[in-house]
Design a protein around this ligand. Structure first.
Ligand SMILES: Nc1ncnc2c1ncn2[C@@H]1O[C@H](COP(=O)(O)OP(=O)(O)OP(=O)(O)O)[C@@H](O)[C@H]1O
Length: 615
């Protein structure tokens, strides 16, 4: 039994120990820098503006110091108003120029920062979608990527990474730059004042880290609740028919209420912790302000400083405190990035999931398929095919017959290279399927399944998916072959009507029309008439009879007439091929096919049918 494919996280390790987390953050930043490379110019521009902004942020402190000192001198003059007016004019002009400059700097800094963030987000999303489109079917069917989970992993990965960039570049970097400049000015003014500003930094770091750690568990829980909640709503929409028919609305509503209750409690807890820490930080900051006032007052009283230095130092100190007040946000973002970026880059780097790609282009296929000792296990370990060997011949219809779960659809999955055999070979026209270019092979194959996907869009678009450049005439001819043309014309907007409005049986016929339009040399039909009415089945049968000429047709069906009509039968039981041959030969064999055929004909109640027909 083959083991499920292992996911390889490349150089990203799980965030267990603090040292590992540092390494992980480093590898995330390294990966992110690959995506940031095209925006080097924007980064440099943002940094220049940030540095400029950090200088303008100090102007207020200087202006206030100058104002207070000048006013102190002016008030003792005989005519304080004359000098006072000059002072007011000067400081108003300086502040005005600074503000105008600031408008441009802030706008530029934010705008370029946003451009980096938006472009990065676009590139990350595009890259991951391009990557997963190249992945094997096993990637999509693995439990890890079950419906919704993959999307959540991608969304959270992209948003946590772009948030990290946004928070750092747009929100925090200007604050940090201005804090550093303020600190330098404080040290320049007086060593001890500078020390007060410096000491506050590690204290804040410790408190912010504690705050982020304390909140992290609750935040993670909150994300879990959100994912479950959105999963619940999606599941309600998907299962609404069952919910309503079994009158299970109260149960669904209760499930939602339970999550809501937990979410509310969690939210309140997050808020109360955040308020507590914020109050603590504000207290520490106020202590810092008081120490600065006392210290500066001491120097003023000693005659070493002017009175304006008090305001000067307080404002500078607030510039230092501003970014570290917000430090916990950076911790949060880093934690988010550590939590989600790894999963995201795992998706991006899953080289093993890329579809195998042969080099041989498919041209002039005859359509002779041979399976030799094929074994196959699904990624979850379930062995669905065991030592399967048989031939499928061109210009004939081969029906795969067997009970539910026997492995019929699995054979089709291998023939279209959705999965590769675990062992054994599948040859097409004498050449191993692996050697063919997957895309070119699929160009030659028409696949119609029991539940075919209809895209939202017009009926015409849906049929044209089979041959994107088909003319209207070709498209209509395909719809006629699939016996759906008349019904389409009966719709209000004809071929322009929304395809999702079609009934299940009509959608099935659109899928057949898509295949007829593609007109491939090899056709796989997996219960193609399962949701069709008797008349449509009859009409489709005629179209299929027409297309089987010069083609290889493989059909999986539980429909007795389709089975009888097939030229060759392959009987599958529990992953083994137990019989092959024509209907007559196999019936005469009295083996598995005989048993299945008798069961099918008994279920038709032939006695009653013939009585009715003879009446
Ligand atoms: N994606 C999958 N992952 C794991 N196991 C699978 C998967 N698809 C099918 N199987 C298992 O493989 C076995 C063969 O399934 P398969 O769909 O080929 O049967 P089938 O003969 O086509 O049945 P039916 O007539 O009901 O469509 C079953 O036991 C099924 O549970």
């Amino acid at each position: 039994m083959a083991s499920p494919p292992k996911r390889v996280p490349l150089d990203l390790k799980p965030p267990s120990k603090p040292k590992d987390r540092g390494l992980l953050l480093w590898s995330i930043l390294k990966r992110l820098s690959e995506f940031a490379r095209p925006y080097r110019g924007l980064f440099i521009l943002t940094l220049i503006l940030t540095v400029l902004g950090s200088f303008t942020a100090q102007v207020n402190a200087f202006v206030l110091q100058y104002t207070i000192d000048t006013l102190t001198n002016i008030v003792s003059l005989p005519d304080p108003w004359a000098a006072g007016l000059n002072l007011l004019l000067l400081i108003s002009s300086v502040l005005l120029v600074k503000e105008v400059l600031n408008v441009f700097i802030t706008f530029g800094q934010r705008y370029f920062g946003e451009r980096i963030r938006i472009n990065l987000s676009r590139d990350l999303s595009q890259k991951v979608v391009e990557r997963i489109l190249s992945y094997k079917m096993a990637f999509y069917t693995s439990d890890e990527n079950a419906s919704g989970k993959l999307q959540t992993r991608i969304d959270l990965g992209v948003s946590s990474l772009t948030q990290l960039v946004q928070n750092f570049f747009i929100d925090m970097l200007p604050l940090f730059a201005s804090a550093i400049v303020s600190l330098i000015i404080m040290f320049n003014a007086n060593f001890w004042v500078g020390m007060v500003g410096l000491i506050i930094v590690p204290i804040y770091f410790v408190v912010s880290q504690k705050q982020a750690n304390r909140l992290q568990g609750f935040r993670k829980q909150m994300r879990g609740y959100r994912e479950t909640k959105s999963g619940l709503v999606i599941s309600i929409i998907d299962s609404i028919t069952v919910i309503k028919s079994f009158v299970r609305e109260p149960i669904e509503s209760d499930k939602h209420w339970d999550i809501q209750k937990d979410m509310t409690a969690n939210q309140l807890r997050i808020r109360s912790i955040a308020f507590m820490y914020n109050a603590g930080k504000s207290f520490i900051e106020q202590i810092g302000v008081v120490v600065i006032i006392i210290l500066t007052a001491y120097f003023v009283l000693n005659g070493q400083m002017t009175i304006g230095a008090i305001m000067f130092h307080i404002l500078l100190f607030q510039n230092v405190a501003a970014p570290i007040r917000e430090l916990h946000r950076i911790y949060d973002q880093i934690n988010n990035a550590l939590t989600y970026a790894e999963g995201f880059f795992d998706i991006l780097d899953d080289d093993q999931a890329i579809e195998s790609e042969g080099k041989v282009e498919c041209t002039d296929l005859k359509g002779h398929i041979e399976l030799k000792n094929v074994n196959f296990s699904y990624p979850n370990g379930k062995q669905a095919l065991k030592d399967v060997s048989f031939n499928i011949y061109p210009n004939r219809i081969t029906a795969l017959v067997g009970l539910s779960g026997a492995g019929k659809s699995t054979i089709i999955n291998l023939l279209v290279k959705f999965y590769d055999p675990s062992s054994g070979t599948i040859c097409l026209d004498g050449r191993d399927l692996e050697e063919y270019s997957t895309q070119s092979l699929r160009e030659q194959i028409g696949l119609v399944l029991q539940n075919n996907h209809i895209f939202s869009g017009t009926i015409a678009d849906n049929i044209r998916y089979g041959a994107m450049d088909a003319t209207d005439e070709e498209m209509i001819a395909a719809a006629k072959k699939a016996s759906v043309h008349e019904q389409i014309l009966g719709m209000p907007e004809g071929y322009g009507s929304e395809a999702k409005q079609l009934s299940g049986g009509q959608q099935q016929r659109i899928a057949l029309a898509r295949m007829f339009l593609k007109d491939p040399p090899i056709v796989f039909l997996d219960e193609p008439t399962a949701s069709l009415d008797a008349i449509a089945t009859q009409q489709i049968k005629q179209s299929l009879d027409l297309i089987k000429k010069d083609r290889t047709v493989i059909i999986v069906s539980h429909n007795i007439s389709q089975i009888i009509d097939a030229d060759d039968l392959v009987v599958v039981e529990d992953g083994h091929v137990v019989e092959t041959g024509t209907h007559e030969a196999l019936y005469a064999n009295h083996g598995k096919y005989y048993e299945i055929f008798n069961a099918m004909s008994d279920s038709l109640n032939l006695d009653k049918i013939s009585q009715t027909l003879n009446h």
